[in-house]
Design a protein around this ligand. Structure first.
Ligand code: UDP
Length: 367
């Protein structure tokens, strides 16, 4: 008889939520984590009272009341609202694209004037937008496309906007009101005490083995549980039999500065093509820190090489088809469940990950 009900591969948000909920329901779970610490990419590190987001800015936001209530069990959330600033060669603009952006860009005042300006600039796009460039111009016009979108997007993805799918830019709201709240979400905030508190709460009392690469130790672990919940990269699970899935990589450079306030905002996007990083995060502003020093992180997009941390899936046709083949192989393994950004090869916000993990638990218990 297997010793565990569930072997959960990956102690990121998905794995931790799944393990927590199953343990609560009396199931025996073992969590394996390749890294030396749990938490996946929401992990932070405290330095001089500031929680440094180790894998890029994480801002929790959701419209799902169940998800919001779920995360509140582990930490109280502060009132942080994400309002990044875009910096184009020293010109500053508010994000997301809203009346403040339009006013700074064109000197206009009213929504009607902004709409007229955009309508005039969008006439160059005929028919349904076919790529990110056309989609962006059709949403906000050429001026904003050239100053705030083109350089940033091409750096982030390492390819031309004309060669990127339109849906990427539809993540961003466009508003004809003066409102710099980046997200259209009912609930938003940063956990007081840091994201690690959530991870610790989720994994409290659960057996977690760190530094274990499941794919390299399958023989030892696969038989230990009735079911496997796998949250790692799916091509790695199948030993890259059909080829490798591609990702966009990131490199983070963190500096400690002997000053209280460096840029006055948590997130500043550098939208010109010649600046090698996409953004600078000043971590203390996520939690209204008043320390005499500050920590900033520059985020550099880079080509991803096998063996490095995988960040954004590159959902082009080649990768989607390859992923579908791997997913088909996975579906033939009756004891295997897939979850999370890597295994599903899809970019998810944190709330969606919680939602999916809760739904998977319900399906398992019900079935
Ligand atoms: N984007 C942009 N300029 C910005 C911020 C975002 O053009 O200053 C575009 C870009 O194409 C990016 C997409 O919007 O890939 C989504 O941005 P988001 O900030 O949601 O990316 P994330 O923070 O999730 O990586």
């Amino acid at each position: 008889m297997a010793k565990y009900d569930y072997l959960i591969v990956g102690a990121g948000l998905y794995g931790a939520v799944f393990a927590h909920e199953m343990t609560k329901r009396g199931k025996k779970c073992l969590v394996l984590e390749k890294r030396q610490a749990p938490g996946g990419n929401i992990r932070c590190e405290e330095r001089e009272g500031i929680h440094v987001h180790l894998y890029g800015a994480h801002i929790f936001h959701t419209n799902n009341q169940e998800v919001w209530q779920f995360v509140q069990q582990f930490a109280e959330f502060n009132q942080y609202v994400n309002s990044p600033i875009a910096n184009f060669r020293g010109e500053l603009y508010n994000l997301p694209f809203n009346m403040n952006t339009f006013r700074a860009m064109w000197g206009i005042r009213t929504p009607a004037e902004a709409a007229a300006k955009i309508a005039e600039q969008r006439t160059e796009i005929k028919g349904e937008p076919q790529n990110l460039e056309e989609q962006a111009i059709s949403l906000v016009g050429r001026d904003i496309y050239e100053k705030l979108i083109q350089g940033y997007t091409e750096k982030q993805w390492g390819r031309k906007c004309r060669d990127l799918p339109a849906f990427i830019i539809r993540r961003l709201p466009v508003r004809y009101i003066y409102d710099n709240n980046y997200f259209n979400a009912r609930y938003q905030g940063i956990p007081i005490g840091g994201y690690n508190k959530i991870i610790e709460g989720l994994l409290n009392g659960i057996e977690v083995r760190l530094g274990v690469d499941y794919n390299a130790a399958k023989d030892e672990y696969a038989g230990l549980a009735d079911k496997i919940v796998y949250t790692g990269a799916l091509d790695a699970y199948f030993d890259y039999k059909l080829g490798r899935l591609e990702y966009r990589g990131l490199r983070f450079e963190t500096e400690r500065l002997e000053q209280e306030n460096y840029q006055g905002v948590a997130v500043m996007n550098f939208t010109a093509a010649e600046v090698p990083y996409t953004r600078i995060i000043e971590h203390k502003h996520f939690e209204f820190g008043t320390q005499p020093v500050t920590y900033i992180t520059k985020e550099y997009p880079q080509e991803w090489q096998p063996g490095q941390e995988a960040y954004y899936p590159i959902n082009n046709q080649r990768n989607q088809e390859l992923y579908a083949e791997y997913a088909e192989m996975a579906s033939r393994e009756k004891n295997l469940l897939l979850g999370g950004r890597l295994a599903l090869y899809k970019y998810f916000d944190m709330d969606k990950i919680v939602e999916l993990a809760l739904a998977a638990v319900k399906r398992e218990i019900g079935g």
